[in-house]
Design a protein around this ligand. Structure first.
Ligand SMILES: [Zn+2]
Length: 333
């Protein structure tokens, strides 16, 4: 039987996958704006293909395409009745592709936009939203573990940890931070937030989305120091060149249509993977804007893909490709 996520993390860094929604929008399967995951039931083959690209690139975990697949959020695009179908089918699609290799399936949940610290009733509503997605995904799977991501309130992430832990599967919870210095909406430092999540029983804590590697890695390192080895830390930055003053790519005026010129080269994600590993981050992945080429470069950097496939050389000495013609010698990472 395949090793579980905690066993794999105990042995060394685990490589996550990349971003789904923005890439599927570029390919014509997701609507920019709401960024809801109806692609699961409308174009399952398109989703399976992107899972497969990440798997072939070396990803060791495939996340179910259930970001924003809560009842409230789907209702904004007229799909309130589809929440069960989307959550169930997404697990099946990810599982089928994961079985083509040795990848794990992470059941994905995300912020609900329904949590309001000023409204005591909102916590129970958020619990209900999480429970429905968790139950649907359990029924269809179960997944190998849970990832709850992009929480701005530590308190909402704690609700996720509470509900996800009740299923008995390992739980990873990751925060996101819009600006530097990074703070949760209630004012927790990244280290403080990580510690609260770990103390509540999260098996893996961390940070994902919004920031590119340069801004996100220091946040993850703060978490590594705060939890002091009690749990593994995850970092899944975006594939865009954010800056210290504009640390959240979704706040840029060119979001979501003008991001291409700010996309990082694959080598920059590979460098992040090495730096994150050396800094003690154990779950190393990527998020929006990171596609197969980025994941592949990260996999190579972490020694998770074999070196180039086959030897090739022109038998006559006559150049047979531009690579030979210009005497290139570059390697990928
Ligand atoms: Zn993202």
């Amino acid at each position: 039987m395949s090793k579980g996520i905690l066993e794999r993390l105990a042995e060394g860094p685990v490589l996550g996958d990349g971003g789904y929604l923005l890439e599927l929008e570029k390919r014509g399967y997701v609507q920019a704006g709401p960024f809801t995951p109806e692609v699961v039931i409308e174009h399952p083959d398109a989703l399976a293909q992107l899972h497969r690209e990440f798997l072939r690139a070396g990803a060791e975990v495939l996340q179910t395409m259930t970001f924003y697949a809560s009842d409230d959020k789907l209702a904004t695009v007229g799909l309130a009745g589809k929440v069960d179908e989307i959550n169930r089918d997404a697990v099946g699609i990810a599982r089928k592709v994961a079985a083509e290799g040795d990848a794990l399936v992470a059941g994905n949940l995300s912020l609900t936009w329904a949590y309001d610290p000023a409204d005591p009733k909102s916590a129970d509503h958020v619990r209900e939203l999480f429970d429905r997605q968790l139950q649907d995904q359990l029924d269809a799977g179960p997944p190998d573990f849970w990832i709850g991501e992009t929480f701005s309130f530590t308190a909402e992430a704690l609700l996720f940890v509470e509900r996800a832990k009740a299923t008995g599967l390992p739980v990873m919870a990751t925060m996101c931070f819009e600006r530097l210095p990074a703070r949760s909406y209630e004012g927790d430092t990244p280290g403080g937030s990580a510690k609260r999540l770990a103390d509540a029983g999260a098996d893996i804590v961390g940070v994902n989305c919004l920031n590119g590697p340069a801004q996100q890695l220091p946040i993850a390192v703060e978490m590594v120091e705060a939890v002091a080895g009690a749990v593994p830390v995850a970092s899944q930055p975006v594939g865009y060149a954010t800056t210290d003053t504009e640390a959240d790519f979704t706040a840029w005026p060119d979001f979501p249509y003008g991001l291409t010129p700010k996309t990082l080269a694959r080598g920059e994600l590979a460098a992040f993977a090495a730096d994150a590993r050396d800094a003690g981050v154990r779950y190393i992945g990527s998020c929006c804007g990171s596609v197969a080429e980025h994941v592949r470069a990260m996999a190579k950097m972490l020694g998770k893909l074999p070196a180039e496939e086959r030897a090739w050389k022109s038998p006559t000495g006559q150049a047979m490709s531009a690579y030979e013609y210009y005497a290139h010698t570059e390697t990928e990472v």
